[in-house]
Structures are given as structure tokens and as C-alpha cells.
Design a binder for this molecule. Structure first.
Ligand SMILES: C[S@@+](CC[C@H](N)C(=O)[O-])C[C@H]1O[C@@H](n2cnc3c(N)ncnc32)[C@H](O)[C@@H]1O
Length: 312
């Protein structure tokens, strides 16, 4: 799994036992892992649904698809792997002749492999072209964005997706110094803005997160994926979502709240006109976080949150 030039350890699935426990995979069941990565969660779902549960695994990343395909080949025709976005899961499931499924897992964000593979450009710790695309055949790279957008738009992206208090100064320096092509060039500029001020995390962390979210349209895709999941799950089917920052978690939380509520009219309105009906019930009344032990053993797990809902 290790690629040359990377110091990567294989991706360790986060909240593994918890997500399998809540998804309750069963023999005969059909499951979608919408963010296959290295196939860790997918393997758990396939093992727990033995002998004949089936899994459709999706990922946008060619490298992830290849790794997962190898890892999961032992499950033979119980496992289908496609290079696709989870926002397209309805079409992908229909192409297999699946009308609906028993469970969906989304483990958002990026994998250790992506972070640790230098030429992907996700990490400011490794000198590389500023790429940051999950699907390298699509979209603009992070370099394309920062070298073409006006200052205000760059500043808005950084603020909106990371709330970096110095978003304006960072955008100004980007404009003054572009073209910028590599992770290190960008990280060094951000360090200048922070002038060596000691922070708990590297000052470039927030800007890198913001650019990655923008490059991959992550929040729009999440909103679409949530809506689509309601069409794909059968009654009693569950969706489990692992998020890694508050922007993602807020979207999931608000979606679950809305879709588990009958009337969504403004509270001051005396009579319901929305006719909205609850379609899910929330299974995790309190968000599930990793154990102390998992956080110690896997630093990626520290910010993880799991929320699970079930179709009524
Ligand atoms: C945190 S990793 C998943 C790790 C996986 N659960 C495991 O056990 O190895 C997230 C994966 O989601 C993929 N991804 C991100 N956005 C996606 C999307 N819209 N559709 C499909 N895959 C996506 C990334 O390429 C990455 O491989």
C-alpha cells in the first residue's frame, strides 16, 4: 500500500467497530460503502454480512479503487467496486439491479494514503504540486484556483471553509506572489502571515483544508449524497456517516434533524403549511466519538464524529 516517497502507514479505519455495530450488516443484505478508501470498513461489512451479504464500494480516487479491489478480491462476487462519487450511488446501485439497500457508510475526507502520498498535494509537510483532487481526471487543481481567482474569492473560500482569522491577509499575499505551484510555496506564505506565532496546529492546516473542500466541492457533494441516500435505502435501512470537521458535521446533523421532523414550518407559524413528514429516525441521539485508546493510536481519529439514522 505504501507508495515510494511516502512515509505512510496503511490507512486505519476510524470508528470501525462503532460503525459496524450501528450498521448491523446481515447475511443477504446489500450495502454501499460510498467512500471505499483502502477498504477497511468495507471488509468489516463484508465479514459481518457473511456468507452472502453484498457490498458496492465507490471511490473517486483511482489509487483507492486499485488498493481496495486487491484487498477485497477474497470476497469474490459479493463485492462490486466502481470508480464513482457517492453522490451517484443511486445510479450505481440501479446498474447492479439493486432497488434499495440495507445500509450506507460514508467515511468522509481523505485517507492516510492520500495525505501521505507526496504528489497528491494534500499535505503542506511534503513538497509537491498543489493538486488536491480526489479524482485526478476532473476539476481544477488547488494551484489552478489560487492562480486564477480574484483576491476576494480566495479570501472567501479560506474563510468559509476554515474560518481562518487571517484569510484576508493570506489571500492578499497569494495574489502578490502568484503564480504559486507547490505545497511548500503556499505553506511558506502562510507562515509569513503568522510570523512564526506558535499555534497548536501548523498555520497552513486551515487554508489547505479550505482549498481541498473547494477543489472537490465536498460540501455540495455531501448535501447531494444525503438526499440521494434517502432514495436508495429501504425502510429499516441505516446510514452511518463519519465526519472530520464541524462544517461536515453540521450538514449531517441539520439534515438528520430536518428529515426526522414532521413539520418544519417556522415555530411562530400557528398552522403547518409545509406538509413535511419525517422519513428517518435518528439512532445516535448523542454523536459517537472515538475511544481514548483509538485517539491515542490514530491521530486521524481525534476529530471524528459518527452519526447514524434509520429510514422509517
Ligand atoms: C477517509 S477515506 C475512507 C477510508 C475507508 N473507510 C477505509 O476504511 O479505508 C475517504 C475516501 O473517500 C474518497 N472520497 C472523497 N469524496 C468522495 C466522493 N464524493 N465519492 C466517492 N469517494 C470519495 C476519498 O478518495 C478517500 O479515498
Amino acid at each position: 500500500m505504501r507508495k515510494s516517497g511516502s512515509n505512510s502507514v496503511p490507512h486505519q479505519p476510524v470508528l470501525y467497530h462503532e460503525s459496524i455495530k450501528y450498521l448491523q450488516p446481515k447475511p443477504n443484505g446489500k450495502y454501499i460503502d460510498g467512500t471505499l478508501g483502502a477498504g477497511g470498513h468495507a471488509e468489516g461489512i463484508l465479514k459481518s454480512s457473511a456468507p452472502n451479504g453484498q457490498l458496492l464500494g465507490l471511490d473517486l480516487d483511482d489509487q483507492a479503487v486499485t488498493i481496495a479491489r486487491n484487498k477485497l478480491s477474497i470476497f469474490g462476487n459479493r463485492c462490486f467496486i466502481r470508480k464513482a462519487s457517492y453522490a451517484d450511488m443511486e445510479n450505481q446501485a440501479q446498474a447492479l439491479g439493486w432497488e434499495n439497500v440495507d445500509g450506507i457508510l460514508l467515511d468522509l475526507g481523505l485517507s492516510s494514503m492520500q495525505l501521505d502520498t507526496a504528489d497528491r498535494g494534500f499535505s503542506f509537510l511534503r513538497e509537491a504540486p498543489l493538486d488536491m483532487r480526489f479524482d485526478r481526471k476532473k476539476n481544477r487543481t488547488a494551484a489552478d484556483l489560487i492562480n486564477s481567482l480574484p483576491e476576494k474569492e480566495i479570501s472567501d473560500i479560506i474563510w468559509k471553509y476554515s474560518e481562518d482569522p487571517k484569510s484576508r491577509q493570506i489571500a492578499k499575499l497569494i495574489i502578490e506572489n502568484r503564480p504559486i505551484f507547490t505545497t511548500k510555496e503556499l505553506a511558506d506564505l502562510i507562515l509569513k502571515v503568522y510570523r512564526g506565532k506558535r499555534e497548536k496546529t501548523h498555520p497552513a492546516t486551515r487554508t489547505f483544508q479550505a482549498l481541498r473542500i473547494e477543489v472537490n466541492c465536498e460540501l455540495e457533494v455531501l448535501k447531494k449524497g444525503l438526499v440521494v441516500s434517502l432514495n436508495v435505502l429501504r425502510s429499516g435501512g441505516r446510514i452511518a456517516i463519519i465526519t472530520f470537521h464541524s462544517l461536515e458535521d453540521r450538514i449531517v446533523k441539520q439534515f438528520f434533524q430536518r428529515e426526522s421532523t414532521d413539520c418544519i414550518c417556522p415555530p411562530e407559524q400557528p398552522i403547518c403549511t409545509c406538509k413535511h413528514q419525517a422519513v428517518i429516525k435518528i439512532i445516535t441521539k448523542k454523536v459517537v466519538k472515538p475511544s481514548q485508546e483509538e485517539m491515542v493510536n490514530n491521530s486521524r481519529a481525534r476529530s471524528a464524529k459518527l452519526r447514524v439514522a434509520e429510514i422509517i
